[in-house]
Design a protein. Structure first.
Lengths: 425, 257
């Protein structure tokens, strides 16, 4: 077998290309990169006002626009020493959870499942599995409606602002969404049972997993950072995490102290499974697949478990949640530097800003989940491809298997705005 | 009736416009049934390279790959639809036209790599002919639905003619200009149900200028409120910089800095 080039990988967010080269049964090269055109968001944020960061940076990504919105707002608040209220923190939690529900449902059913069912798309599956796609659409609608309720719009939020919310959802709408979350039990159980019944490829590779961590809450934005047994403060980002560029690529990669790491649903479950809701933990313990897992394909099991947990956690958050239109916290301009992480559906997302005394952004740095796990994903592809070559797998089967592996990470190449076109040949 | 062969494509962008198609959760299966979706690489593994009756494209042309792709799609398609603010107006990726290239240099990792950036990122119509535009960042889900419905009925899709203020008033919102917020609603094409202003957030102009905008009066009004010209200019450039620079040539706009 010679070389394989996949020019446009379908069923992922954004545009990506993979090159594999095998010489005499040995993998010589494995390079997955983005071929998304560069948009220079961080450069374009320079010179803009502090209160435009969240409006401009959400445009990095449609499916994770709420995560970008929340991370940008929190990083600016950090720079200007603004403390959000408890209500604001809860609303942001619901905003990002709503986004994770719609993103996970989209990824599971529309991007990942067709690989397991042997169809080219969910649309092609639909006539043969009459219940499947309507169920997916109900879950997507539930997540979307949560996002609309809290942010005003399904993509690119309008209501959240620095220091609070310009508009808060009416209490009766929050009660209504709570009822719908309650009723989503069946759809979420069906999703989990279906995912758990899939046959997963036999591939494992030991690696580090990074996620936001808090002693008593799963999937929060307000915690420290956990990677392996090491826990560090969000402000220590640059001490432990390095961005670097490969000689063959302009794409930036991210490592912790020289080693690759993964982020996302699998990382969150591997790091914090003891914090999942009691019903989710009970269900998880009955699964054949056990966590922590080093099989990246189990990311979709983790996503399905998260759906179950987020339902539990939102039912608690929304139980008698009395929301009032609070005053927006006043802004005192000052020179400052702020950093904040949040959990986007596909992993930890970092925004970092420096502002001058007039509130003008002088430096912006955005580190996306895909940039962080791209090194780990490349290493996984290399190891898995070698395993497949050793087993005399056909080229066609290798391509299908590698695409399945790539999709299991739920990469977002639109997000990874650092990447530039890479010409390998 | 033969179903139209339809393609949904993205060049450089955030995929938010294509998601806005899919996020018509209650109708997407009916939409998929009424059309023959032969290409949609975001959610389909098999994508036809054959002729298309209708081709939706989201994204800004920022690279040579983008340019090559839209030209190919134009050649294959009977109708090309610019979907969303990037494809219609250039959006934030086109801000590079007004940025000092030096502030962007640090983002270019010049390591044996060919950067395929084109010099001036721009919307589709700068390079190919576009039959219809569905504007907005993101485009309104309902408007996408309406567009598809009208095409199927053989009607001519018309963009909403009035400014955002019209719908904003229907919702009985107070005017954000009274709160000294730089709201571009008076200049901006509505049809978005005034979603931003209804939630207390000023209009950034993402749907482009109306046909009968009055920039002079708007500028006078903001100047009376003590808003610095440079601030107005920056705000107007955010989503529709290329359009305002073209249409406001020879007006006060050029003197703003």
């Amino acid at each position: 077998m010679g070389s394989i080039t996949l020019n446009h990988i379908t069923k992922v967010e954004g545009h990506a290309r993979l090159d594999l080269e095998v010489v005499e049964g040995a993998l010589k090269r494995c390079d997955l990169g983005s071929i998304e055109g560069s948009r220079y968001f961080e450069g374009l944020l320079k010179g803009r006002s502090y209160n435009e960061a969240q409006e401009i940076s959400t445009r990095i990504c449609g499916i994770c626009s709420s995560a970008h919105n929340v991370a940008a707002i929190m990083a600016i608040e950090d720079a200007l020493d603004i403390k959000p209220t408890e209500q604001t923190i809860t609303l942001r939690q619901l905003q990002t959870i709503g986004e994770r529900i719609r993103s996970h449902a989209t990824h599971l059913y529309f991007l990942a499942l067709p690989d397991y069912f042997g169809y080219e798309s969910a649309l092609a599956m639909s006539p043969h599995y009459k219940e499947l796609i309507p169920r997916a659409l109900r879950l997507i609608k539930l997540g979307n409606d949560m996002v609309v309720l809290i942010t005003g719009r399904v993509i690119h939020p309008v209501a959240p602002t620095i220091g609070g919310f310009l508009h808060v959802p009416p209490k009766e709408d929050l009660e209504h969404i709570r009822t719908r979350l309650d009723k989503a039990h069946e759809d979420i159980m069906e999703t989990n049972n279906m995912i758990a019944s899939l046959e997963f490829p036999d591939f494992e590779r030991d690696k580090q997993y990074l996620s936001i961590f808090k002693e008593d809450e799963f999937g929060t934005s307000q915690g420290t950072i956990k990677i392996g047994d090491h826990i560090f403060d969000q402000h220590e980002f640059h001490t432990f995490v390095q961005e670097y560029h490969e000689p063959f690529s302009t794409a930036n990669f991210v490592v912790k102290e020289g080693r690759s790491y993964a982020v996302g649903a699998l990382a969150r479950i591997n790091n914090s499974k003891h914090l999942l809701g009691p019903k989710t933990q009970e269900y998880m313990q009955g699964l054949a697949i056990q966590f922590p897992s080093n099989n990246p394909h189990h990311s979709i099991v983790a996503q399905a478990l998260e759906l179950m947990h987020y339902r539990e956690t939102c039912l608690n958050l929304l139980d008698n949640f009395a929301v009032v239109q609070e005053e927006i916290a006043p802004v005192q301009l000052r020179e400052g530097h702020g950093i904040a992480a949040t959990e986007a559906p596909r992993g930890t997302l970092w925004h970092e800003y420096t502002v001058d005394k007039n509130g003008i952004i002088t430096h912006a740095n955005i580190v996306t989940p895909t940039a962080q796990f791209l090194r780990a994903l490349n290493e996984d592809i290399a190891a898995y491809a070698q395993q497949l070559v050793d087993a005399d797998t056909s080229q066609q089967e290798i391509i299908a298997a590698i695409e399945k592996l790539i999709r299991s990470y739920d990469p977002c190449f639109s997000c990874s705005s650092h990447f530039l076109t890479v010409n390998w040949h | 009736m033969l179903k139209p062969k339809v393609g949904f494509y993205a060049i450089t962008g955030c995929q938010g416009c294509l998601l806005s198609v899919i996020f018509n959760e209650d109708e997407i299966l009916d939409i998929a049934d009424a059309l023959d979706i032969v290409a949609f690489p975001f959610i389909k593994g098999e994508n036809s390279e054959g002729p298309l009756d209708i081709c939706f494209i989201e994204g800004t042309v920022v690279s040579r790959d983008d340019l090559e792709m839209i030209k190919k799609l134009r050649d294959r398609s009977d109708s090309v639809i610019a979907l969303g603010a990037c494809a219609c107006h250039g959006n934030i990726p086109a801000l590079r036209n007004f940025a000092d290239e030096r502030v962007l240099d640090y983002l270019k990792y010049e390591k044996n790599v060919q950067i395929s950036d084109i010099d001036k990122p721009a919307p589709l119509a700068e390079f190919i002919s576009v039959d219809y535009s569905v504007p907005g960042c993101p485009p309104d889900r309902n408007e996408i639905k309406k567009f598809i419905k009208e095409i199927l009925l053989g009607k001519e899709f018309r963009n909403y003619p009035d400014p955002v203020c019209r719908e904003c008033r229907l919702y009985e919102n107070g005017c954000l200009l009274d709160h000294t917020k730089i709201c571009l609603g008076p200049l901006t094409r509505g049809g978005c149900l005034a979603v931003c202003t209804t939630h207390g957030f000023e209009c950034y102009g993402c749907r482009g200028l109306t046909d009968d905008y009055n920039f002079e009066e708007y500028f006078k009004l903001l100047a009376q409120k003590g808003i610095a010209p440079a601030v107005i200019k920056k705000r107007m450039e955010t989503f529709i910089g290329l359009e305002v620079n073209k249409k406001l040539k020879g007006t006060q706009w050029e003197a703003l800095h």
